[in-house]
Each structure stands twice: as structure tokens, then as C-alpha cells.
Design a protein around this ligand. Structure first.
Ligand code: GAL
Length: 346
């Protein structure tokens, strides 16, 4: 009985990524991933792209890429346990979409102890935390850029439309729908979208704001109560992401407000539904958060770390960071972004 046990163990070890590097030729690798919330629309799209990139890399290189993806469902302690499990299951590398970006210490310590590199993604930890060990990396985008672009889109839409200034006082009365409190993208997008809109020549007055945690349903509820309070005074809705912009639209529709009376609405992400809303004019614009690019760069880095090959395809900033640029999307160019998606799906 014991002998069979040992044989089975040897077989598992042989078949797993870590056990198959005979003569320095890597035949398979295992990448673990844990996401903060599998129901987040942008993260779902990013993970779909990541899976597609892994399949393509496998085809190109002949190296089997085993992915094990887990959902932390909003709990940092669950995520810590998942990282431990992924290490025990022999992952060569783990990609972590932190639940709480201020709490990477437990994960970092486990990773260092087991010499398993970590790529943090999308939820950016502070630099000092990333400096704690040499095999920690970050893949994402520059939050400042998204805020500035959203502010520019908002200003253009407000200044170009005669009906946007509903009360004709020359001031843009706005509300903000914010993502999670403490998330780098919420803080920075809120501040920079407003500042940029004003720098572009729009005098602005904040009527109110609500935290809706990137979530469409929460944004609908919060917008409904802001609308009950301010009604037609609201001339602009700046949402930290598309799902919340769409939640605001849901609230306006549910309140029976006709489309010509809607405030100017802008978002960020360029999700499928977001792009559609820009194309049909429900949203004035969005900022494309390049999930395909982020997924590809993360996969190339994970592959290079796991196989110690393909480094020529990896472009690290300060030896640790990869940041993909954002792009502005309006009804004129929204179709081009649908094409990007189409290409990466095929
Ligand atoms: C942001 C994205 C949001 C949400 C968040 C999760 O970059 O714009 O929609 O997905 O990440 O961390």
C-alpha cells in the first residue's frame, strides 16, 4: 500500500510543472492566479484575455501552461490561504490581484520563504511593499492618466453640447461615483478627472458623490438617491468606471427621465457594455483600460519567470513594473476598440 502511495506521489511530481525540467528543457509550467472578486466585470475580461494569451503561448512554444485560478471573493484572509495552497500545489509563479492593497505582507513572506515569484496586478500596492523582495512585480496601468483623460472627455462633452448646461448658469453641476475607498484608481481618478475638467475651462460645482465599489447595482441605488435629492440640477456624472456609469443610466431609466434630459455621463474601462453605451450615445465617452495588453504582459512576465526564457519580450520599468497606457474613447473611435477585442478573442 505504502509503495503505491510513493509511486503515485512520484507520478504526480513528474507530471506537475515543477517536476518536468529534465535537461534544462521546460516542458510545462504552472501559473496560479487569485482575483479579488470574480464578479468584477473588468477583472473577468482581463482573466478571459489572460487565459487566451496562455493558450496562444502554449501553442507557440510547445510548453504546457497550466493555469489555476481562484476567487478570493473579497476576503484578504481567504486570498492569503489561496496563495499558500497555490504554493503547495507547485505553482512556479503566482499572480495576485490583492483584495486589500495595503495588506501584501503575509503573501510576500510566504512567497519569499518558498522562493515563488509574485506578480501583483490591477490593485497597486505602495512602492515600499513591492521593494520588500526582489521577486515581486506589478502589472497594471497609470491611474493618473485615466483620470486626466476622463476629465478631458468630460470637458469636451460639456463645452461642445449646448444643452449640457441645463440651467444655463455657465457652471457644471456634477456628481462623482467612486470605486472602493482606498483603491488607487478611485482616489486618483476622482481627483484628476475633476481637476482636469476644470483646467480645460469648465467651471464646476460638486453636488455630491457616492461610493459604489465599481458595482453597477450599487451605482444604480446610489444614483437613484442622488437624483431624488438633486434631480435635474445634475448636469454631469463622472464615474470611476463604466459599470458604475451604466448603473447611473439604469437609475435614470428607472426614474423615467427621457434621454435628452440626461446629464453628460463619462466612465473608464471600455468594457463591452461600456463601449456599446458610448456607441449608442448613452455615455459621452470612456477611457480604455487595456485589459488585453495587461493580460499579455502579465503572461509574458510569468512565462519568463517560470522558464527563465523569453526575457527579450519583457520590458520592465525600474526592474519591477509594467504599465499599459490608457486611450480616450468617444462615439467616433469606439468601433476600433471593439476590433481590438475581436482580434484577441479569435
Ligand atoms: C480598475 C477598473 C475597475 C475595477 C477595479 C478593480 O482598474 O477600472 O473597473 O475592475 O480596477 O480593482
Amino acid at each position: 500500500m505504502r509503495r503505491y502511495g510513493i509511486l503515485a506521489l512520484a507520478a504526480v511530481f513528474f507530471l506537475s510543472g515543477c517536476g518536468s525540467r529534465g535537461e534544462n528543457v521546460v516542458k510545462s509550467i504552472k501559473i496560479g492566479v487569485t482575483v479579488y472578486d470574480q464578479y468584477d466585470t473588468f477583472i473577468t475580461g482581463l482573466m478571459d484575455s489572460f487565459t487566451a494569451c496562455a493558450a496562444q503561448k502554449e501553442e507557440e512554444t510547445g510548453v504546457a501552461i497550466n493555469l489555476e485560478v481562484m476567487d478570493a471573493a473579497g476576503s484578504q484572509s481567504t486570498q492569503n490561504e489561496q496563495v499558500q495552497t497555490l504554493i503547495e500545489r507547485g505553482c512556479d509563479i503566482i499572480c495576485v490581484n490583492l483584495v486589500d492593497r495595503t495588506e501584501p505582507t503575509t503573501i510576500t513572506d510566504m512567497a519569499e520563504k518558498n522562493d515563488t515569484p509574485i506578480i501583483f496586478f490591477n490593485r497597486e500596492l505602495v512602492e515600499e511593499d513591492l521593494e520588500r523582495w526582489e521577486k515581486l512585480y506589478y502589472v497594471g496601468a497609470d491611474a493618473f492618466e485615466s483620470g486626466v483623460m476622463e476629465g478631458e472627455l468630460a470637458a469636451d462633452a460639456f463645452l461642445q453640447s449646448e444643452s449640457a448646461d441645463k440651467n444655463g448658469d455657465g457652471i457644471c453641476q456634477y456628481i462623482v461615483l467612486e470605486g472602493e475607498a482606498g483603491h488607487q484608481d478611485s482616489i486618483v481618478r476622482t481627483e484628476y478627472s475633476i481637476n482636469t475638467m476644470m483646467e480645460q475651462g469648465v467651471e464646476a460645482e460638486k453636488l455630491g458623490y457616492a461610493i459604489a465599489n465599481w458595482n453597477r447595482a450599487q451605482a444604480q441605488t446610489k444614483t437613484a438617491s442622488l437624483y431624488a435629492q438633486f434631480g435635474d440640477e445634475i448636469e454631469m456624472i463622472l464615474a470611476n468606471n463604466d459599470d458604475m456609469a451604466l448603473g447611473a443610466i439604469d437609475a435614470l431609466k428607472a426614474a423615467g427621465v427621457s434621454e435628452e434630459d440626461w446629464p453628460v455621463i463619462v466612465g473608464i474601462d471600455g468594457t463591452d457594455v461600456g463601449l456599446e453605451a458610448v456607441q449608442n450615445g448613452e455615455m459621452a465617452g470612456t477611457v480604455y483600460n487595456d485589459k488585453e495588453g495587461q493580460a499579455l504582459e502579465m503572461l509574458k512576465l510569468a512565462y519568463a519567470l517560470a522558464t527563465d526564457s523569453g526575457w527579450e519580450e519583457v520590458d520592465l520599468e525600474d526592474g519591477k513594473y509594467i504599465r499599459l497606457p490608457y486611450s480616450k474613447v468617444t462615439a467616433e473611435n469606439a468601433g476600433e476598440f471593439e476590433d481590438i477585442r475581436g482580434e484577441s478573442d479569435s
